[in-house]
Ligand binder design. Structure first.
Ligand code: 13P
Length: 237
């Protein structure tokens, strides 16, 4: 079964989440992980769903106003955390902290969904692979001893595909994911799962399902409506 991660980003509030939870009741398999805003983690956890955090602090504790540490988040039952989402990289300069975040998560036995992806101009200039390799190196090189094939998952999210309705062609996507996998194998002797993220929706899921190299999905907008999300995940093998 493919892994499906629902990233709600900074969306949904308690009244809507109550409706959401009622709508999905009894219909979610254990290949699905929810990433709501941290405030709402327990609403999902107490109903038995797997939950993850959208981010963790680059420090374990201390004077960092406004941040949340992996230790605090673990109290709410997270099994996974996203690290290096392009929105965090853009607004919070997160590329600088990816290394520390991966380290903290893995040392605390929280699995990492590491987001990598190229900007539109990088894609257009044919620089996708070098950009992805650099992002992988930054996260992996110094943490290699902590990494297993099970505790680090890559999410390939082309930045130009996030929230735009555009996705790469099947051929380009398959090639890119195969390149990621062979680089990880050659450089680090790792066999990691690679998810695809970026405008996954009901209109393109059947096309994406034809890409053999995809091991799962990181879904933003299309996870916010429970009925649509259920239809979507029912189309995933
Ligand atoms: P969308 O599915 O809304 O394009 O978002 C993708 C994403 O950023 C998931 O992390």
């Amino acid at each position: 079964m493919k892994l499906i991660c629902a990233n709600f980003k900074m969306n949904l509030t308690t009244p809507i989440l109550n409706i959401y939870l009622a709508a999905i009741d009894g219909k979610i398999k254990d290949n699905v992980i929810f990433f709501p805003s941290s405030l709402y983690l327990s609403m999902f956890k107490e109903r038995g769903y797997q939950v993850g955090s959208q981010n963790i602090s680059f420090k374990e504790s201390g004077s960092i106003t406004g941040d949340l540490s992996v230790i605090q988040l673990k109290e709410f039952g997270i099994s996974h955390t996203i690290v290096g989402h392009s929105e965090m990289r853009e607004y919070f300069n997160d590329s600088k902290h990816v290394k520390e975040k991966v380290n903290l998560a893995l040392r605390n036995k929280v699995k990492v969904i590491l987001c990598i992806g190229e900007k539109l101009e990088e894609y257009e200039k044919g620089k996708t692979i070098p950009v992805l390799k650099k992002e992988l190196d930054k996260a992996i090189k110094s943490n290699l001893k902590l990494i297993t094939n099970d505790n680090l998952i890559i999410a390939y999210e082309p930045i130009w595909a996030i929230g735009t309705g555009k996705i790469p062609t099947k051929e380009i996507l398959d090639n890119t994911i195969l390149e990621i996998k062979s680089y990880l194998k050659e450089q680090y002797n790792l066999n990691l799962k690679v998810l695809y993220g970026g405008s996954v929706n009901l209109d393109n899921i059947e096309e994406l399902e034809k890409v053999d190299s995809i091991d799962g999905y990181l879904i933003g907008g299309a996870s916010l409506n429970p009925e649509k999300f259920l239809s979507l995940i029912n189309k995933v093998n």
